[in-house]
Design a protein around this ligand. Structure first.
Ligand SMILES: C[S@@+](CC[C@H](N)C(=O)[O-])C[C@H]1O[C@@H](n2cnc3c(N)ncnc32)[C@H](O)[C@@H]1O
Length: 472
């Protein structure tokens, strides 16, 4: 983030606006809306500025800019559109350590005026850091269409009950939960629909309840975060992340997904560090139970889907045994996410009538699977955690009858910006893994469909120049 978004209180504060043309009018309108004491300096300008000056809404001095004009100002805005004058305004403001914005000149500015969605008191600022004002405007239009018109009215309504709620409900967490309940429920819907009297009555009866802010027993959502691309999160998962008091997360969860967690929520990492071991599963289970019992809303955030090689089942058993309210929010598992991203269908009328997800790693190393049942043709295998045992995997399958030239695709960092798709055949999987230096996370797709991988855009190792590591 190159600039920190801040909201500046300008009510009755002096702001210097240099210029009185179209760009200055747009800025003056914003400054007046924010209640600033606007002082315009420009030799000539548009009628609107003259009108505002005549109505006493701003002061306009019809003369050239003088560097001394910046003295005592809270902000300075330059809107002359003249290189030399703009630079002089920027220099004078910087010299006096006053924040300055020069319209369309981010390199001369110490702050940016964002595109604004105004549902006062709800205000949303959008900035592209000066890189594309048109994009910022487009985003603003999209946000405008998403937000209810009466949003400002809702914010004022909620504000009018703030001190009453504070007096009635002591705990910060309980207050937050009460507000969430109100914002997500019928009271807020009534305000947005213009039925404010009904909403006010409902709100009074809600806060006058004897246990208005009673902290509910905690809850755990076991949430699948998908294979990496944050846009593959489900809407339900996103909502859980934004409601959480605590998020307990694994190694496969990237920063872009963690950025979506409610800002004040606590985060606990339980994955494996580079030289370290992951927190043991029973300790994770206890952590979830302890925090839920303390009345917190806990999200256990896991890569892919919690119930596909995710140990989500063990966590659910432990939580249910402890009598804790638990829900599972599914995620897109690595197999389907990676297949879609690599452009290979897991089943296909011409190539595969079955698909099996299998782990390459059992509790004691070797996976406990029936290889003969998996070695027939037209059957896609997706092997999770199989890269380090690629050799024995290929040997088992070929030994049980799978053709050595069966196509395979290794997908590393599937759905992420650094995704790689490496294609080859079953017989040369181990040498592909070595030569391409496949890292984690990666999975192996074995079967006729792997030949359909959309690998052209990726690093492709030709089967002809890779030595065949298996004596088959
Ligand atoms: C412990 S399992 C967790 C699987 C997860 N619960 C799921 O549903 O995808 C971890 C394995 O999933 C696979 N995996 C997870 N994310 C992946 C990704 N983005 N690209 C490739 N493989 C991935 C790898 O085989 C990795 O070793």
């Amino acid at each position: 983030m190159e600039n920190l978004p801040l909201f500046f209180r300008l009510r009755k504060r002096p702001v210097l606006l240099v210029g009185a043309g179209a760009a200055a009018v747009a800025k003056a309108r914003l400054l007046l809306a924010a209640g600033a004491d606007v002082r315009v300096v420009a030799p000539q300008g548009l009628g609107e500025v003259a009108d505002w000056a005549a109505q006493g809404r701003l002061r306009w001095e019809r003369r050239a800019f003088d560097p001394a004009d910046v003295a005592g100002m809270t902000l300075v805005i330059g809107a002359m559109g003249d290189d030399e004058l703009d630079a002089a305004v920027a220099d004078a403001a910087k010299e006096a350590a006053i924040p300055v914005n020069i319209v369309d000149r981010p390199e001369l500015s110490s702050f940016i005026v964002p595109s604004i969605v105004d549902r006062s008191p709800v205000t949303i600022g959008i900035s592209t850091n000066g890189s594309s004002p048109v994009l910022a405007r487009r985003l603003r239009e999209q946000i405008e269409t998403l937000l209810p018109t009466n949003l400002g009215r809702l914010a004022n309504f909620l504000n009018s009950f703030r001190s009453a709620v504070k007096a009635k409900v002591d705990s910060f967490d309980a207050r937050r939960r009460l507000w969430e309940d109100i914002i997500d429920g019928p009271i807020a819907r009534d305000v947005l629909a213009g039925r404010e009297t009904d909403a006010r009555e409902a709100m009074l009866s809600r806060i006058n309840r004897r246990h208005a802010g009673e902290v509910a027993y905690g809850h755990v959502d076991i949430v699948g975060a998908g294979p990496g691309d944050p846009e593959l999160l489900t809407v339900k998962a996103l909502r859980a992340l934004q409601d959480a008091d605590l998020v307990v997360y694994d190694r496969l969860i990237g920063d872009e997904i963690l950025d979506l967690v409610r800002r004040d929520a606590e985060r606990i990492y339980v994955g494996k560090a580079r030289s370290n071991h992951a927190v043991p599963q029973d300790q994770i289970n206890e952590l979830l139970v302890t925090h839920a019992r303390a009345g917190r809303r806990v999200v256990r955030l896991k890569g892919g889907d919690p119930f596909v090689f995710g140990r989500g089942g063990e966590e659910v058993e432990r939580l249910r045994a402890a009598g804790i309210s638990t829900a599972v929010i599914p995620g897109i598992t690595a197999a389907t996410g990676c297949a879609a991203s690599a452009g290979l269908p897991l089943t296909h009328r011409d190539h595969a009538s079955a698909v099996t997800f299998v782990t390459g790693h059992g509790v004691d190393g070797e996976p406990d699977v029936d290889w003969s049942a998996l070695s027939g043709p037209r059957h896609t295998l997706v092997v999770y955690m199989g890269v380090s045992r690629a050799g024995s995997l290929a040997r088992q399958l070929i030994g049980h009858g799978r053709a050595p030239d069966t196509p395979i695709a290794i997908i590393e960092n599937g759905t992420r910006p650094d995704e790689r798709v490496i294609v080859g055949t079953l017989a040369n999987v181990p040498s592909l893994v070595r030569t391409a230096q496949v890292g984690a996370p990666a999975l192996i797709v074995i079967g006729e469909v792997a030949a359909l991988a959309d690998a052209a855009r990726e690093l492709v190792f030709s089967t002809s120049n890779i030595p065949n590591a298996l004596a088959v």
